[in-house]
Design a protein around this ligand. Sequence first.
Ligand SMILES: [Zn+2]
Length: 476
Amino acid sequence: MRRSLKGSRYVATASPYLLWLVILLAVMPGCRQSPSPASEEPEQPGQLLPQVKSPPVLLIGADGLDRKLLRKLVRRGNLPNFERLLQEGASGVLYSEREIRSPALWTTIATGRPRAVHGIYDFVTGSRLWPRELRGEERRLVTSKMRKVPAIWNMASAEGRKVAVVGWLNTWPAEKVNGVMVSPYVAIGRAKQITIKGAVYPDTPYQVWPQERWPQIRALITTPDEVEESLVQSFGHEPDAEVVREIPLLARYLDGLRWSLAHTLTMRDITLHLLREDRPDLTMVYFEGADSLGHRFWLFRRSQRRIAAQLEEAGMPGRHAGALAEAFGHVVDRYYELLDGVVGELLGALPENAMVLVVSDHGFGNRSCIYPLPASTPFTGEHRIEGTVLLHGNGIRSGASIYGATIYDVTPSLIEMLGLTAPSLLEGKSMLAPLVEEEGAGDEEERASEEGEESSAEESFRAAELERLRSLGYIQ
Ligand SMILES: [Zn+2]
């Protein structure tokens, strides 16, 4: 278990520069007696950073992980590892932005820049999601070479930090980093390609950098055929032949389930391997399952009446609602449980002092009926603009709330955690110091004396955050 975080309140509220200064003074012998470079030049902390080793950071990206559902399942006691992150760390909504399209959002998360700057709008070029002048271009897979600005792994590599990047969207071909990059390939048109989110294939080049690591990584791939039947069965089972005959899409969705499980296990095993073998300063891993399974099975969590209505709306027989609820009603929730187990394993492979950040690019919820039902995913739920952020580690106050954070704030937060030099042009800001507010129990005396002050500070803080969200166009 992690050390208690009580008493470390100072760290979450101190400015990062001050924090570095304190750490430096603590680790440098003789600092207290004689003037040190730190005390002479406190306004130039960048020069000091390389001398201080920051704690390792793990960023877990979970596509479409919904905060409401997560908390509901935590309350039921089904997600012990997420529960621990929520209780011991800080959490809140991470606001996404429209159009909700994974490659654009995950590239914003990894660069801190809007799509108009990083240049990634969609999975393929030329679609309606690109600016007018780029629509109608030949359809090509978006590649890592199309990204116009450095990502956090480039920034970290440039300053000598060791990175491991696993499965992050739009990183193929794998980039040269100071460490390892495992890049998912989007194999459009392949028989087994069930989602457009990409996977690591045993027979595709340029998925790993450096290339000499490929044999190790390749051995860690779980293919859909290799997923244990008992695991698949714990998610859902094939309904009666009559149901599948009348709704043939279900057979494909069962393949999709197997594919998502294989993807999750592969990402888990590669990340565990790299955490143990390489001890990176920054590890990033991406899981697509909460989103893709939400698109395929969300409806079946709902009431039979609702299932029947949406089936009819999609031109399918509503009388199968009961059978489908029975076969697939737990797929989405069960995926959150699987991911919880994976998170627990990843936490177990980290050193005590590690910082952990879990983010989603958007939330997921019941479909509202104002939009036409998509033909390819008639059982889908709906993207929500509210994503999730969980932040855990030494110095983060237990049970604290993060207010008004956006996908633009992830890269600045990583920069602060890793002690990197921040580029001058970043839309967001670090979530660490300014956004972590105490909610749960703290130092009683201090709280009592500060109470009045604190609540008014919180009010003006929230007002400032609302203003910021308004200016970014998140709210009106
Ligand atoms: Zn989605």
